[in-house]
Design a protein around this ligand. Structure first.
Ligand code: DX5
Length: 229
């Protein structure tokens, strides 16, 4: 059974108040902090680097869920582990010099949780060969690069397919969704089989973050086959 994870995305925070924002997320009852790393090449935006992650690390015990939206992820694994990442997700669409599996092994080698992300236009079959090597599958529900976008409903089918495939293969990676997640869009993602919700704008702009996090936590989900721990 996967207990639900709520992972606010720091991208939507007020960076002039980094410590307060990170502590607001923790006090708000979140489980993870999602950190969007963008290099301006893989996506047409630049966000923040290891220095910001290590600054945030000082102020919270939350699990750091780092998503590398970068052209060459292998280059950045050690610096973000150093900065305090607990989990690192790379994009299947990025450049993997020794192949995707070697990048995943590089993350694993740093005793870090391993995630693999795919964009809305990337078919699930692209990540199929690597599902046995990951702890987390991130199904992007917007085209990566910017917060505040609208959830792409067509991605629900992929979430459902990933859920079915995971059960068929007897694997236990988590299914994370990210992009335009609100109380409403989360509902369809959860019923399709997602168990980790990344939300930036909806949580940071909510009148009360603890209530918004609770609202996501109590939404009905899809029962998963109990996983022996
Ligand atoms: C897109 C980013 C966003 C961010 C959350 O590259 O990955 O999805 O985490 O954004 P919103 O504001 O849509 O929740």
């Amino acid at each position: 059974m996967f207990d639900r994870v709520i992972a606010p995305s720091l991208l939507a925070a007020d960076f002039s108040q980094l410590r307060e924002e990170v502590q607001r997320v923790e006090r708000g009852g979140a489980d993870w902090l999602h950190l969007d790393i963008m290099d301006g090449e893989f996506v047409p935006n630049i966000s923040f680097g290891p220095a910001v992650v290590s600054a945030a690390r000082k102020h919270t015990q939350l699990l750091f869920d780092v998503q590398l939206m970068v052209r060459r992820p292998a280059v950045f694994i050690a610096p973000f582990v150093e900065a305090g990442a607990d989990s690192i997700t790379v994009h299947v669409e990025s450049q993997h010099v020794g192949g995707v599996r070697s990048t995943l092994a590089l993350v694993r080698g740093h005793r870090c949780k391993v995630g693999l992300a795919l964009n809305p236009d990337t078919p699930l079959t692209t990540v199929e060969p690597f599902l046995d090597a990951i702890d987390l599958l991130l199904i992007m529900t917007v085209h990566p690069g910017f917060g505040g976008q609208t959830f792409i409903p067509g991605t629900v089918e992929k979430i459902e397919a990933a859920y079915v495939r995971r059960a068929a293969l007897g694997l236990d990676f988590r299914i994370e969704i990210d992009g335009g997640i609100t109380g409403e869009t989360a509902a369809s993602g959860l019923l399709a089989g997602a168990d980790v919700l990344v939300a930036g704008t909806w949580l940071f702009r909510a009148p009360d973050m603890p209530t918004a996090i609770r609202d996501l936590r109590i939404l009905p989900g899809r029962e998963t086959t109990p996983i022996k721990r």
